[in-house]
Ligand binder design. Structure first.
Ligand code: PDD
Length: 286
């Protein structure tokens, strides 16, 4: 049984009881984070907590916990769930209040956190993807718990036998239903620039850093549908998928094969980065 954190206490996940009046439950009024844990330690802690604060600020909320209280709580949760490889999920909702679209006068933010054991394969399998129209709202930079469009888009991908939906808005790639997108063409690694149309992925930043360090030319630029379809390689990145190569797009195999040579280069660096990070913290990756 896994341990969760709810209303200031640690408890078995099954013991968590959410009020039906919680604004997260009724209105999707809240924000969240997903953080991978390697060797018992959170990966890129500050980047995730910075993004949580940005998401909270964007919905006119203040963080209910200080930075050190977040770290202490999450470290305790990891330890209570046995360390090793995990995937942390935590969210802040605007709390319980009589149902009304407008904010309550005195909101009582609610923090919930849980952990899933992570069973990542050393090397992710190349995964088929499909393209879909990005029909989400205009603030995709906020990591909002209201995910119905993403849920429907991912399900369309799964129903089509794929692992991810790559989204197109006005003829340009935005991101995946729950990931960022990278494209390789003529030896250049490209990804759409940060804007309100995409979530600023932490894995996206790590990927860009590692690729630059490997001497691969990187560009944060618009990617047209035609450029996506003629790409040598396509990757999707997220805290749960890490850096996963796409094998087929809308049923057609990628030109450069999958996994492609640039993915191999960057993924080797990603593996080394993960294990150096855990070593630097005095633990080894299980
Ligand atoms: N989602 N874009 C969207 C829409 C996402 O939902 C995610 C991650 C990302 C990648 O962000 P990061 O690299 O920081 O995980 C991009 C998480 C994993 C989820 O909802 O479960």
């Amino acid at each position: 049984m896994s341990t969760a954190y709810f209303k200031g206490d640690f408890m078995p996940l099954e013991a968590v009881r959410v009020s039906p009046l919680d604004r997260g439950y009724l209105l999707g009024d809240g924000v969240y984070e997903v953080v991978p844990v390697y060797g018992g330690r959170m990966f890129c802690t500050d980047a995730h907590l910075d993004r949580l604060e940005r998401s909270l600020g964007a919905i006119a909320m203040k963080s209910p916990l200080s930075r050190s209280a977040w770290v202490d709580m999450l470290d305790t949760l990891i330890a209570r769930n046995g360390g090793g490889e995990q995937s942390l999920y935590f969210q802040v909702t605007r709390g319980e209040a009589p149902r009304n679209h407008a904010f309550p006068q005195a909101p009582r933010p609610l923090v919930f956190a849980m952990s899933k054991p992570g069973h990542r394969r050393a090397y992710p399998e190349p995964m088929p993807a499909v393209t879909r129209n990005d029909n989400r709202w205009g603030r995709c930079d906020i990591k909002a718990i209201a995910l119905l469009p993403n849920v429907l888009l991912r399900q369309e991908a799964v129903s089509a036998g794929a692992g991810e939906a790559i989204l197109l808005r006005d003829g340009l790639v935005t991101e995946g239903a729950a990931s960022n997108v990278f494209v390789v063409a003529d030896g250049v690694l490209m990804t759409p620039p940060k804007s309100s149309k995409i979530l600023a992925g932490i894995t996206r930043d790590v990927t860009l850093e590692l690729a630059s360090a490997a001497g691969i030319p990187c560009e944060e630029c618009d990617i047209s549908e035609a450029a996506l379809r003629s790409a040598d390689e396509i990757w999707v990145t997220s805290s749960t998928m890490e850096i996963t190569p796409v094998s087929r797009l809308d049923g057609r195999p990628l030109i450069g094969g999958a996994p492609g040579p640039l993915w191999q280069q960057v993924f080797e660096r990603f593996l080394a980065f993960k294990s150096d990070f855990a070593k630097a913290l005095g633990e080894t990756i299980a």
